[in-house]
Design a protein around this ligand. Structure first.
Ligand code: PA5
Length: 447
């Protein structure tokens, strides 16, 4: 096995000792049993635990479909929201060329996301771009009835059919949804779309290692086999490993819960590369929806460094002492760029001449860690050697299993999301959806 992701607790040591973390991690090993035996809360949604093996038999089909979309189009629009969106975007943004849409060099394939908002301008502007593109659609919805992606799909399906004709559009649309239920399943059957199934026992936010994440990632040109291998290797060191010290998921789950118990209800995910921005967004959904219930849970926030050292950095350093940070620390970038020497040193940067940008960034990370420690902020570090498919796979499985353990430590069901329904009911009522008329009347009185 390659080097595995490491949880470094050194910069939290002044707030919670390694011995305390290990003690809670040891106690929490029983939650691994609950996950593996299916004896804990939400036990009908544990399919993600074994996805690194279970998905192997579908990889050929996923790669074949990805190849097909790349051959018939230059752009794919991926429609989905929440767990049907964030995982794929997190992996793509972490690994792909940051400026893919601006690259002149072919072949590359642009992936654009839609259905993650209801913004009229966003979709109108996207259509303007798609007018000039040859494009395909991957539409993803487990329930098959979520409003945001359903609206986007209705509009873009219509646009694509008008552009290339119904049969060619059907050849360029792939639906990922429930095996039997939901409007998207019926639409796919009626129109003859190719489909992939989201297993019943895999919840949206734990579905990135299913076709939900893997098909869009494969379409973007990334190596999904390396991603799954990374997840599998992380499964091997976490799923049944009850040795607290060598199981990073137990350590992370225990440390964050001890910090919460010590008066830190906010966890900020920190990356020192903009490539991790959507990994943090994915993590926020995973932890926010899994833990934020019954009046409990750590509030998951995120910042991108060093960008946000010039905005939220002030608050982290000096505001209310209610937070701790978790830094994803990437040892080496994938590329090399050195700061040049300037003869007259007019910008006074020659002390950096000859240094790689990554060395400056590493020192920014180290300096920030110490400054935040001095400002009374505990810092957990999750260390990986590089940001590639393999280590992204490790990160994904690590965060998922740590979330399951952490939810059980908090004594909540980490696999449901009852709170998500509240806004939907009100929106339907205000829009006069049939069956919601009375509720709509009452809500309008309150506006
Ligand atoms: O994690 C979850 O379950 C949610 O975030 C869902 O993924 C999200 O609401 C989208 O649901 P669906 O895939 O049914 O359209």
């Amino acid at each position: 096995m390659k080097e595995k992701l490491n949880v470094n607790l050194k910069n939290a040591g002044a707030f919670v000792s390694f011995e305390e973390v290990v003690a809670l991690a040891k106690l929490s090993a029983r939650h691994l049993d609950a996950l593996n035996n299916g004896k804990g809360a939400g036990n009908d949604f544990l399919g993600w635990l074994t996805l690194p093996d279970d998905i192997l038999k579908q990889l050929d089909k996923i790669e074949k479909s990805a190849k097909h979309l790349r051959s018939v189009s230059d752009t794919t629009v991926v429609i989905g929201i929440g767990g049907s969106y964030l995982g794929a975007r997190a992996v793509m943004e972490a690994i792909s060329h940051t400026f893919t849409p601006y690259l002149k060099k072919k072949p590359h394939h642009d992936v654009i996301f839609a259905g993650q908002n209801i913004c009229e301008d966003y979709l109108s502007e996207l259509i303007e771009v798609l007018d000039e593109r040859s494009y395909s659609i991957i539409v993803i919805s487990k329930s098959g009835t979520t409003t945001e992606p359903a609206i986007a799909f209705r509009i873009l399906k219509d646009h694509l059919e008008k552009k290339v004709g119904k049969p060619a559009a059907a050849d360029r649309i792939i639906a990922i949804t429930d095996e039997k239920k939901g409007a998207l399943r019926s639409l796919a059957t009626t129109n003859g779309y190719e489909t992939f199934v989201i297993p019943d026992n895999v919840g949206g936010r734990y579905s990135v290692l299913s076709p939900v994440g893997l098909l869009p990632i494969a379409v973007s040109g990334l190596d999904i086999r390396a991603l799954v291998k990374g997840a599998k290797d992380m499964e091997e060191v976490t799923r049944t490993n009850k040795d607290a010290v060598s199981n990073p998921a137990l350590l992370y789950a225990a440390a964050r819960n001890l910090l919460l118990q010590g008066g830190r209800p906010v966890e900020i995910m920190v990356g020192f590369t903009p490539k991790l921005h959507f990994m943090s967004e994915w993590w926020k959904q995973l932890y926010g929806e899994s833990e934020g219930k019954d009046g409990k849970g750590i509030y998951p926030a995120s910042v991108d460094m060093t960008t946000d050292l010039h905005s939220l950095g002030q608050y982290i350093q000096d505001g209310q002492r209610i937070l701790f940070e978790t830094m994803i620390s990437v040892k080496s970038p994938s590329r090399t760029l050195t700061i040049p020497l300037e003869k007259d040193d007019s910008d006074q940067l020659n002390f950096l001449a000859g240094k790689r940008l990554s060395e400056v960034n590493r020192n920014a990370e180290a300096g920030t860690t110490i400054a935040h420690n001095d400002g009374n902020v505990p810092v957990l570090k999750i260390e990986i050697p590089v940001l590639d498919e393999y280590y992204t796979g490790q990160l994904i499985y690590f965060f998922e299993i740590a979330c399951g353990i952490s939810g059980y430590i908090l004594d909540v069901n980490p696999f449901d999301q009852p709170g998500v329904e509240a806004y939907k009911k009100n929106m339907f009522a205000l829009l006069n959806k049939p069956g919601y008329e009375e509720a709509g009347k009452k809500l309008r009185e309150r506006l």
